[in-house]
Design a protein around this ligand. Structure first.
Ligand code: BES
Ligand code: MN
Ligand code: MN
Length: 455
Protein backbone atom coordinates (compact mmCIF):
# COMPACT_ATOMS: atom_id res chain seq x y z
CA UNK A 1 0.00 0.00 0.00
CA UNK A 2 2.92 2.31 0.73
CA UNK A 3 3.98 2.00 -2.92
CA UNK A 4 0.52 3.01 -4.07
CA UNK A 5 0.55 6.12 -1.88
CA UNK A 6 4.09 7.07 -2.94
CA UNK A 7 3.15 6.62 -6.57
CA UNK A 8 0.19 8.98 -6.10
CA UNK A 9 2.39 11.56 -4.41
CA UNK A 10 5.03 11.35 -7.15
CA UNK A 11 2.50 11.83 -9.91
CA UNK A 12 0.64 14.89 -8.66
CA UNK A 13 1.89 17.12 -11.49
CA UNK A 14 0.93 14.58 -14.18
CA UNK A 15 -2.55 14.28 -12.70
CA UNK A 16 -3.03 18.04 -12.93
CA UNK A 17 -1.93 18.13 -16.57
CA UNK A 18 -4.29 15.26 -17.45
CA UNK A 19 -7.14 16.93 -15.61
CA UNK A 20 -6.51 20.06 -17.69
CA UNK A 21 -7.00 18.04 -20.89
CA UNK A 22 -10.25 16.67 -19.49
CA UNK A 23 -11.44 20.18 -18.55
CA UNK A 24 -10.68 21.52 -22.04
CA UNK A 25 -13.59 19.51 -23.47
CA UNK A 26 -16.76 21.66 -23.29
CA UNK A 27 -19.11 18.79 -22.40
CA UNK A 28 -22.20 20.89 -21.66
CA UNK A 29 -25.05 18.38 -21.59
CA UNK A 30 -27.97 20.75 -21.98
CA UNK A 31 -26.82 22.48 -25.21
CA UNK A 32 -27.42 20.65 -28.51
CA UNK A 33 -24.42 22.43 -30.10
CA UNK A 34 -22.07 20.61 -27.71
CA UNK A 35 -23.15 17.11 -28.76
CA UNK A 36 -19.80 16.38 -30.46
CA UNK A 37 -17.91 17.55 -27.37
CA UNK A 38 -20.05 15.26 -25.25
CA UNK A 39 -19.08 12.30 -27.44
CA UNK A 40 -15.44 13.33 -27.39
CA UNK A 41 -15.57 13.57 -23.61
CA UNK A 42 -17.06 10.08 -23.21
CA UNK A 43 -14.22 8.73 -25.36
CA UNK A 44 -11.67 10.65 -23.29
CA UNK A 45 -12.96 8.97 -20.11
CA UNK A 46 -12.93 5.57 -21.81
CA UNK A 47 -9.32 6.04 -22.97
CA UNK A 48 -8.20 7.03 -19.48
CA UNK A 49 -9.87 3.95 -17.99
CA UNK A 50 -8.19 1.74 -20.59
CA UNK A 51 -4.77 3.30 -19.95
CA UNK A 52 -5.27 2.98 -16.21
CA UNK A 53 -5.48 -0.81 -16.57
CA UNK A 54 -9.19 -1.64 -16.61
CA UNK A 55 -9.89 -4.77 -18.63
CA UNK A 56 -13.25 -3.99 -20.20
CA UNK A 57 -14.13 -0.48 -21.30
CA UNK A 58 -17.16 0.46 -23.39
CA UNK A 59 -18.78 3.64 -24.57
CA UNK A 60 -22.47 2.84 -24.61
CA UNK A 61 -24.79 4.86 -26.84
CA UNK A 62 -28.17 5.81 -25.39
CA UNK A 63 -31.14 7.87 -26.54
CA UNK A 64 -29.37 10.77 -24.87
CA UNK A 65 -25.66 11.13 -24.15
CA UNK A 66 -23.28 8.13 -24.03
CA UNK A 67 -22.44 6.23 -20.87
CA UNK A 68 -19.00 4.87 -20.13
CA UNK A 69 -18.95 1.42 -18.56
CA UNK A 70 -15.82 -0.33 -17.39
CA UNK A 71 -14.87 -3.26 -15.19
CA UNK A 72 -11.96 -5.21 -13.75
CA UNK A 73 -13.12 -8.39 -12.08
CA UNK A 74 -9.80 -10.01 -11.33
CA UNK A 75 -10.38 -10.53 -7.62
CA UNK A 76 -12.94 -13.36 -7.37
CA UNK A 77 -14.43 -13.74 -3.91
CA UNK A 78 -13.62 -10.15 -3.05
CA UNK A 79 -16.17 -7.32 -2.85
CA UNK A 80 -17.10 -5.20 -5.88
CA UNK A 81 -17.13 -1.41 -5.88
CA UNK A 82 -19.12 0.48 -8.50
CA UNK A 83 -17.73 3.97 -9.06
CA UNK A 84 -20.21 6.53 -10.37
CA UNK A 85 -19.49 10.02 -11.67
CA UNK A 86 -20.51 12.43 -14.43
CA UNK A 87 -18.49 13.94 -17.25
CA UNK A 88 -21.12 16.49 -18.26
CA UNK A 89 -21.01 20.07 -17.05
CA UNK A 90 -23.29 23.08 -16.71
CA UNK A 91 -23.35 25.97 -19.20
CA UNK A 92 -20.86 28.77 -18.59
CA UNK A 93 -23.05 31.88 -18.63
CA UNK A 94 -22.58 34.65 -17.60
CA UNK A 95 -19.28 34.34 -19.46
CA UNK A 96 -18.17 37.94 -18.75
CA UNK A 97 -17.80 37.13 -15.06
CA UNK A 98 -15.12 34.48 -15.64
CA UNK A 99 -11.52 35.49 -14.99
CA UNK A 100 -10.24 32.88 -17.45
CA UNK A 101 -11.96 31.12 -20.32
CA UNK A 102 -14.11 28.36 -18.72
CA UNK A 103 -12.61 25.66 -20.95
CA UNK A 104 -9.04 26.90 -20.76
CA UNK A 105 -8.05 25.71 -17.26
CA UNK A 106 -5.77 27.87 -15.14
CA UNK A 107 -3.98 26.90 -11.93
CA UNK A 108 -3.85 29.69 -9.35
CA UNK A 109 -3.25 29.61 -5.57
CA UNK A 110 -3.40 25.81 -5.44
CA UNK A 111 -6.74 25.68 -7.26
CA UNK A 112 -7.67 24.73 -10.79
CA UNK A 113 -10.21 27.03 -12.46
CA UNK A 114 -12.51 25.71 -15.21
CA UNK A 115 -16.12 24.65 -15.74
CA UNK A 116 -16.43 21.10 -14.36
CA UNK A 117 -13.31 21.36 -12.18
CA UNK A 118 -15.13 20.34 -8.99
CA UNK A 119 -18.48 19.27 -10.53
CA UNK A 120 -17.64 16.61 -11.43
CA UNK A 121 -14.63 16.02 -13.66
CA UNK A 122 -11.95 16.65 -11.04
CA UNK A 123 -13.74 14.54 -8.45
CA UNK A 124 -14.56 11.69 -10.78
CA UNK A 125 -11.01 11.59 -12.15
CA UNK A 126 -9.61 10.88 -8.66
CA UNK A 127 -10.94 7.32 -8.83
CA UNK A 128 -9.42 6.61 -12.23
CA UNK A 129 -6.05 7.72 -10.87
CA UNK A 130 -6.34 5.69 -7.66
CA UNK A 131 -7.00 2.43 -9.48
CA UNK A 132 -4.22 3.26 -11.93
CA UNK A 133 -1.81 3.64 -9.00
CA UNK A 134 -2.64 0.07 -7.92
CA UNK A 135 -2.14 -1.35 -11.41
CA UNK A 136 1.16 0.50 -11.87
CA UNK A 137 2.61 -0.54 -8.51
CA UNK A 138 0.96 -3.80 -7.42
CA UNK A 139 -0.18 -4.97 -10.85
CA UNK A 140 -3.73 -5.64 -9.67
CA UNK A 141 -6.56 -4.41 -7.45
CA UNK A 142 -7.38 -6.01 -4.07
CA UNK A 143 -11.09 -6.05 -5.01
CA UNK A 144 -13.30 -5.85 -8.11
CA UNK A 145 -14.08 -2.48 -9.62
CA UNK A 146 -16.74 -1.29 -12.05
CA UNK A 147 -17.22 2.23 -13.37
CA UNK A 148 -20.40 3.81 -14.69
CA UNK A 149 -19.80 7.38 -15.83
CA UNK A 150 -22.64 9.38 -17.37
CA UNK A 151 -23.11 12.53 -19.41
CA UNK A 152 -26.60 13.57 -18.31
CA UNK A 153 -26.36 14.23 -14.58
CA UNK A 154 -26.98 17.94 -14.98
CA UNK A 155 -30.11 17.29 -17.04
CA UNK A 156 -31.78 14.54 -15.03
CA UNK A 157 -29.90 11.24 -15.70
CA UNK A 158 -32.72 9.77 -17.77
CA UNK A 159 -30.59 7.44 -19.90
CA UNK A 160 -28.64 6.14 -16.93
CA UNK A 161 -31.84 5.44 -15.03
CA UNK A 162 -33.15 3.17 -17.78
CA UNK A 163 -29.70 1.61 -18.19
CA UNK A 164 -29.64 0.69 -14.50
CA UNK A 165 -33.17 -0.72 -14.69
CA UNK A 166 -32.18 -2.95 -17.62
CA UNK A 167 -28.70 -3.94 -16.41
CA UNK A 168 -28.90 -4.72 -12.72
CA UNK A 169 -26.77 -7.86 -13.19
CA UNK A 170 -24.01 -6.06 -15.04
CA UNK A 171 -23.89 -3.36 -12.36
CA UNK A 172 -24.21 -5.74 -9.41
CA UNK A 173 -21.90 -4.57 -6.61
CA UNK A 174 -21.43 -4.35 -2.86
CA UNK A 175 -21.30 -0.57 -2.74
CA UNK A 176 -21.53 2.46 -5.01
CA UNK A 177 -18.77 5.02 -4.55
CA UNK A 178 -19.60 8.60 -5.58
CA UNK A 179 -17.48 11.74 -5.38
CA UNK A 180 -19.88 14.51 -6.37
CA UNK A 181 -20.51 16.33 -3.09
CA UNK A 182 -18.54 18.59 -0.76
CA UNK A 183 -16.30 18.47 2.27
CA UNK A 184 -17.74 20.20 5.32
CA UNK A 185 -14.81 22.60 5.21
CA UNK A 186 -11.28 22.87 3.86
CA UNK A 187 -9.12 19.94 4.97
CA UNK A 188 -11.95 18.20 6.89
CA UNK A 189 -12.54 14.57 5.84
CA UNK A 190 -16.28 14.28 5.34
CA UNK A 191 -18.88 11.73 4.39
CA UNK A 192 -22.31 12.88 3.26
CA UNK A 193 -25.22 10.67 4.28
CA UNK A 194 -28.18 12.66 3.01
CA UNK A 195 -29.15 14.50 -0.17
CA UNK A 196 -32.20 16.58 -0.84
CA UNK A 197 -34.53 15.64 -3.66
CA UNK A 198 -36.03 17.95 -6.23
CA UNK A 199 -39.22 18.86 -7.97
CA UNK A 200 -38.71 21.30 -10.85
CA UNK A 201 -41.59 23.00 -12.65
CA UNK A 202 -42.29 25.73 -15.13
CA UNK A 203 -45.33 27.97 -14.77
CA UNK A 204 -46.85 30.20 -17.38
CA UNK A 205 -49.46 32.89 -16.85
CA UNK A 206 -51.29 34.19 -19.90
CA UNK A 207 -53.48 37.30 -19.92
CA UNK A 208 -54.52 39.33 -22.97
CA UNK A 209 -54.17 37.79 -26.45
CA UNK A 210 -51.25 40.14 -27.35
CA UNK A 211 -48.83 42.62 -25.84
CA UNK A 212 -50.60 45.89 -25.07
CA UNK A 213 -49.75 49.57 -24.72
CA UNK A 214 -49.61 50.02 -20.97
CA UNK A 215 -51.06 53.51 -21.17
CA UNK A 216 -54.06 52.64 -23.28
CA UNK A 217 -54.81 49.39 -21.44
CA UNK A 218 -53.10 49.67 -18.01
CA UNK A 219 -55.71 49.59 -15.27
CA UNK A 220 -58.27 47.88 -17.41
CA UNK A 221 -56.74 44.43 -17.77
CA UNK A 222 -54.75 42.03 -15.56
CA UNK A 223 -50.98 42.26 -16.08
CA UNK A 224 -49.50 38.72 -16.24
CA UNK A 225 -46.14 39.90 -14.87
CA UNK A 226 -47.76 41.56 -11.82
CA UNK A 227 -50.03 38.60 -11.28
CA UNK A 228 -47.26 36.01 -11.59
CA UNK A 229 -45.08 37.93 -9.13
CA UNK A 230 -48.00 38.03 -6.67
CA UNK A 231 -48.67 34.31 -7.05
CA UNK A 232 -45.00 33.48 -6.42
CA UNK A 233 -45.01 35.71 -3.35
CA UNK A 234 -47.96 33.75 -1.92
CA UNK A 235 -45.97 30.50 -1.91
CA UNK A 236 -44.30 31.45 1.41
CA UNK A 237 -45.85 32.86 4.56
CA UNK A 238 -44.20 35.44 6.81
CA UNK A 239 -42.41 32.72 8.80
CA UNK A 240 -40.75 31.34 5.70
CA UNK A 241 -43.05 28.28 5.57
CA UNK A 242 -44.28 27.01 2.25
CA UNK A 243 -48.03 27.55 1.97
CA UNK A 244 -48.91 24.64 -0.33
CA UNK A 245 -51.49 22.51 1.52
CA UNK A 246 -50.10 19.12 2.68
CA UNK A 247 -46.57 20.11 1.52
CA UNK A 248 -44.99 19.08 4.84
CA UNK A 249 -47.10 15.94 5.41
CA UNK A 250 -44.34 13.43 4.62
CA UNK A 251 -41.36 15.34 6.01
CA UNK A 252 -39.25 13.19 8.29
CA UNK A 253 -38.46 15.01 11.53
CA UNK A 254 -34.86 15.39 12.58
CA UNK A 255 -33.82 13.13 15.42
CA UNK A 256 -32.19 14.55 18.52
CA UNK A 257 -29.00 12.71 17.54
CA UNK A 258 -28.91 14.43 14.17
CA UNK A 259 -29.66 17.86 15.60
CA UNK A 260 -26.82 17.34 18.07
CA UNK A 261 -24.47 16.28 15.29
CA UNK A 262 -25.40 19.38 13.25
CA UNK A 263 -24.76 21.54 16.33
CA UNK A 264 -21.38 19.93 16.90
CA UNK A 265 -20.26 21.16 13.46
CA UNK A 266 -20.10 24.70 14.85
CA UNK A 267 -21.56 26.45 11.86
CA UNK A 268 -21.14 30.22 11.88
CA UNK A 269 -24.10 32.16 10.46
CA UNK A 270 -21.99 35.28 10.54
CA UNK A 271 -19.16 33.81 8.46
CA UNK A 272 -21.67 32.28 6.04
CA UNK A 273 -23.47 35.60 5.54
CA UNK A 274 -20.20 37.45 5.10
CA UNK A 275 -18.89 34.99 2.52
CA UNK A 276 -22.12 35.43 0.53
CA UNK A 277 -22.09 39.20 0.82
CA UNK A 278 -25.49 39.46 2.53
CA UNK A 279 -26.32 41.56 5.60
CA UNK A 280 -28.65 38.93 7.06
CA UNK A 281 -29.68 35.33 6.48
CA UNK A 282 -33.25 34.27 5.86
CA UNK A 283 -35.23 31.05 6.06
CA UNK A 284 -37.90 29.01 7.76
CA UNK A 285 -38.33 30.09 11.38
CA UNK A 286 -37.61 27.58 14.12
CA UNK A 287 -34.62 25.95 12.41
CA UNK A 288 -30.87 26.58 12.32
CA UNK A 289 -29.16 27.33 9.02
CA UNK A 290 -27.76 23.81 8.67
CA UNK A 291 -31.17 22.33 9.42
CA UNK A 292 -32.75 24.60 6.80
CA UNK A 293 -30.11 23.71 4.21
CA UNK A 294 -29.91 19.98 4.77
CA UNK A 295 -33.07 18.67 6.35
CA UNK A 296 -35.92 21.05 5.52
CA UNK A 297 -37.70 21.33 2.18
CA UNK A 298 -37.53 24.67 0.37
CA UNK A 299 -39.08 26.43 -2.61
CA UNK A 300 -37.23 28.82 -4.89
CA UNK A 301 -38.08 30.69 -8.02
CA UNK A 302 -35.04 30.01 -10.25
CA UNK A 303 -35.93 32.42 -13.01
CA UNK A 304 -38.67 34.70 -14.17
CA UNK A 305 -39.37 35.78 -17.71
CA UNK A 306 -41.86 38.31 -18.97
CA UNK A 307 -42.38 41.70 -20.49
CA UNK A 308 -39.70 44.06 -21.62
CA UNK A 309 -36.22 43.22 -20.29
CA UNK A 310 -33.95 45.02 -22.78
CA UNK A 311 -32.06 48.27 -22.23
CA UNK A 312 -34.05 51.45 -21.78
CA UNK A 313 -37.79 51.69 -21.23
CA UNK A 314 -40.76 50.32 -23.10
CA UNK A 315 -44.31 50.85 -21.89
CA UNK A 316 -45.98 47.52 -22.35
CA UNK A 317 -48.23 44.97 -20.71
CA UNK A 318 -46.99 41.58 -21.80
CA UNK A 319 -49.42 38.92 -22.88
CA UNK A 320 -47.51 36.23 -20.97
CA UNK A 321 -45.13 35.75 -18.06
CA UNK A 322 -43.45 32.60 -16.92
CA UNK A 323 -41.19 31.32 -14.18
CA UNK A 324 -39.08 28.32 -13.25
CA UNK A 325 -39.83 27.08 -9.76
CA UNK A 326 -38.02 24.33 -7.93
CA UNK A 327 -38.53 22.69 -4.59
CA UNK A 328 -35.78 20.88 -2.70
CA UNK A 329 -37.29 17.89 -0.94
CA UNK A 330 -36.33 15.84 2.07
CA UNK A 331 -37.14 12.27 3.12
CA UNK A 332 -39.91 11.03 2.76
CA UNK A 333 -41.33 13.55 0.31
CA UNK A 334 -42.08 12.26 -3.17
CA UNK A 335 -41.36 14.57 -6.13
CA UNK A 336 -44.36 13.39 -8.16
CA UNK A 337 -46.75 13.93 -5.27
CA UNK A 338 -45.21 17.33 -4.49
CA UNK A 339 -45.48 18.45 -8.12
CA UNK A 340 -49.18 17.60 -8.07
CA UNK A 341 -49.76 19.49 -4.83
CA UNK A 342 -47.89 22.49 -6.22
CA UNK A 343 -49.83 22.48 -9.50
CA UNK A 344 -53.20 22.34 -7.81
CA UNK A 345 -52.36 25.10 -5.34
CA UNK A 346 -50.62 27.34 -7.86
CA UNK A 347 -53.60 27.22 -10.19
CA UNK A 348 -55.91 28.08 -7.31
CA UNK A 349 -53.95 31.29 -6.72
CA UNK A 350 -54.74 32.69 -10.17
CA UNK A 351 -57.40 35.36 -10.64
CA UNK A 352 -59.99 34.85 -13.39
CA UNK A 353 -58.20 37.35 -15.63
CA UNK A 354 -55.39 34.92 -16.53
CA UNK A 355 -54.88 31.32 -17.61
CA UNK A 356 -52.21 29.25 -15.88
CA UNK A 357 -50.22 26.35 -17.26
CA UNK A 358 -47.87 24.27 -15.11
CA UNK A 359 -45.34 21.83 -16.57
CA UNK A 360 -43.40 19.33 -14.48
CA UNK A 361 -39.82 19.36 -15.84
CA UNK A 362 -38.02 16.82 -13.68
CA UNK A 363 -37.60 15.47 -10.22
CA UNK A 364 -35.33 13.55 -7.91
CA UNK A 365 -35.97 11.56 -4.77
CA UNK A 366 -34.25 12.64 -1.56
CA UNK A 367 -31.71 10.21 -0.10
CA UNK A 368 -30.58 9.17 3.35
CA UNK A 369 -27.97 6.41 3.75
CA UNK A 370 -27.43 4.61 7.02
CA UNK A 371 -23.94 5.08 8.47
CA UNK A 372 -23.36 1.64 9.92
CA UNK A 373 -22.77 -0.38 6.74
CA UNK A 374 -19.28 -1.82 6.03
CA UNK A 375 -18.72 0.44 3.01
CA UNK A 376 -19.32 3.65 4.96
CA UNK A 377 -17.14 2.40 7.80
CA UNK A 378 -14.34 1.61 5.32
CA UNK A 379 -14.76 5.03 3.72
CA UNK A 380 -14.47 6.78 7.10
CA UNK A 381 -11.26 4.90 7.90
CA UNK A 382 -9.90 5.64 4.42
CA UNK A 383 -10.56 9.38 4.57
CA UNK A 384 -9.18 9.63 8.10
CA UNK A 385 -5.98 7.97 6.91
CA UNK A 386 -5.60 10.24 3.89
CA UNK A 387 -6.34 13.47 5.80
CA UNK A 388 -4.91 12.35 9.13
CA UNK A 389 -7.95 13.89 10.85
CA UNK A 390 -11.22 12.73 12.33
CA UNK A 391 -14.13 12.24 9.91
CA UNK A 392 -17.30 14.36 10.10
CA UNK A 393 -20.72 13.37 8.81
CA UNK A 394 -23.01 15.81 7.07
CA UNK A 395 -26.09 16.06 4.90
CA UNK A 396 -26.26 18.08 1.70
CA UNK A 397 -28.78 20.52 0.28
CA UNK A 398 -28.10 19.63 -3.35
CA UNK A 399 -29.27 16.57 -5.25
CA UNK A 400 -27.65 13.72 -7.12
CA UNK A 401 -30.80 12.16 -8.59
CA UNK A 402 -29.34 8.79 -9.50
CA UNK A 403 -28.26 7.94 -5.94
CA UNK A 404 -31.64 6.55 -4.88
CA UNK A 405 -31.93 4.60 -8.12
CA UNK A 406 -28.64 2.88 -7.27
CA UNK A 407 -29.60 2.06 -3.71
CA UNK A 408 -33.07 0.81 -4.69
CA UNK A 409 -32.21 -1.17 -7.82
CA UNK A 410 -28.78 -2.50 -6.87
CA UNK A 411 -29.62 -2.83 -3.19
CA UNK A 412 -26.17 -1.57 -2.29
CA UNK A 413 -25.23 1.28 0.04
CA UNK A 414 -24.02 4.46 -1.65
CA UNK A 415 -20.92 6.13 -0.23
CA UNK A 416 -20.82 9.88 -0.87
CA UNK A 417 -17.12 10.64 -0.66
CA UNK A 418 -17.20 14.22 -1.94
CA UNK A 419 -14.03 16.31 -2.07
CA UNK A 420 -15.49 19.60 -3.32
CA UNK A 421 -16.23 22.72 -1.34
CA UNK A 422 -19.47 24.69 -1.46
CA UNK A 423 -17.38 27.81 -2.08
CA UNK A 424 -15.96 26.36 -5.32
CA UNK A 425 -18.59 28.05 -7.50
CA UNK A 426 -20.20 25.00 -9.02
CA UNK A 427 -22.76 25.99 -11.68
CA UNK A 428 -21.44 29.56 -11.53
CA UNK A 429 -18.53 31.61 -12.95
CA UNK A 430 -14.97 30.80 -11.83
CA UNK A 431 -15.70 27.23 -10.81
CA UNK A 432 -12.57 25.68 -9.32
CA UNK A 433 -11.25 22.67 -7.43
CA UNK A 434 -8.72 22.72 -4.60
CA UNK A 435 -5.71 20.72 -5.80
CA UNK A 436 -4.78 19.59 -2.29
CA UNK A 437 -8.23 18.03 -2.05
CA UNK A 438 -7.75 16.50 -5.51
CA UNK A 439 -4.62 14.76 -4.23
CA UNK A 440 -6.22 13.77 -0.90
CA UNK A 441 -9.18 12.43 -2.84
CA UNK A 442 -6.99 10.13 -4.91
CA UNK A 443 -5.42 8.85 -1.69
CA UNK A 444 -8.81 8.47 0.03
CA UNK A 445 -10.03 6.45 -2.94
CA UNK A 446 -6.92 4.23 -2.81
CA UNK A 447 -7.23 3.66 0.95
CA UNK A 448 -10.92 2.87 0.46
CA UNK A 449 -10.16 0.20 -2.12
CA UNK A 450 -7.70 -1.35 0.32
CA UNK A 451 -9.98 -1.05 3.38
CA UNK A 452 -13.08 -2.37 1.69
CA UNK A 453 -11.25 -5.33 0.15
CA UNK A 454 -11.22 -7.11 3.50
CA UNK A 455 -14.91 -6.50 4.30
N1 BES B 1 -22.77 17.69 -7.78
C1 BES B 1 -24.03 18.34 -7.80
C2 BES B 1 -24.83 18.12 -6.53
C3 BES B 1 -24.25 18.88 -5.37
C4 BES B 1 -24.37 20.24 -5.33
C5 BES B 1 -23.58 18.23 -4.37
C6 BES B 1 -23.80 20.94 -4.30
C7 BES B 1 -23.01 18.94 -3.35
C8 BES B 1 -23.11 20.30 -3.32
C9 BES B 1 -24.82 17.83 -9.00
O1 BES B 1 -24.04 17.83 -10.16
C10 BES B 1 -25.95 18.77 -9.26
O2 BES B 1 -25.70 19.89 -9.63
N2 BES B 1 -27.18 18.30 -9.09
C11 BES B 1 -28.32 19.03 -9.51
C12 BES B 1 -29.35 18.02 -9.88
C13 BES B 1 -30.40 18.53 -10.78
C14 BES B 1 -29.87 19.08 -12.08
C15 BES B 1 -31.40 17.44 -11.08
C16 BES B 1 -28.79 19.94 -8.40
O3 BES B 1 -28.64 19.63 -7.21
O4 BES B 1 -29.31 21.01 -8.73
MN1 MN C 1 -22.24 16.92 -9.85
MN1 MN D 1 -23.94 19.94 -10.93
Amino acid sequence: MQDVISYIKDNQQNYIEELKDFLRIPSISTLPENKDDINRCANFVADKLRNAGMSRVEVIQTEGHPLVYSEWLGAPGKPTVLVYGHYDVQPVDPIELWENQPFDPVVKDGKIFARGATDDKGQMYMHIKSIEAFFKTEGSLPLNVKFIIEGEEEIGSESLESFINNNTDLLKCDTVLVSDTALYDEGIPTLTYGLRGLSYLEVEVTGPNRDLHSGTFGGGVGNPVNILAGMIAKLHDKNGKITIPHFYDDVLKLTKKERDNFKSLKFSDKKFAKELGVAALEGESGFTTLERLWARPTLDCNGIIGGFTGKGAKTVIASKASAKVSMRLVPNQDPKKISKLFTKYFKSLAPKSVKVQVTDLHGALPALTPLDNPATVAASVAMEKAFDKKIVYMREGGSVPIVTVFSKKLKAPVVLMGLGLNTENLHSPNEHFNLTHFQLGIMSSAYFIKEFSTK
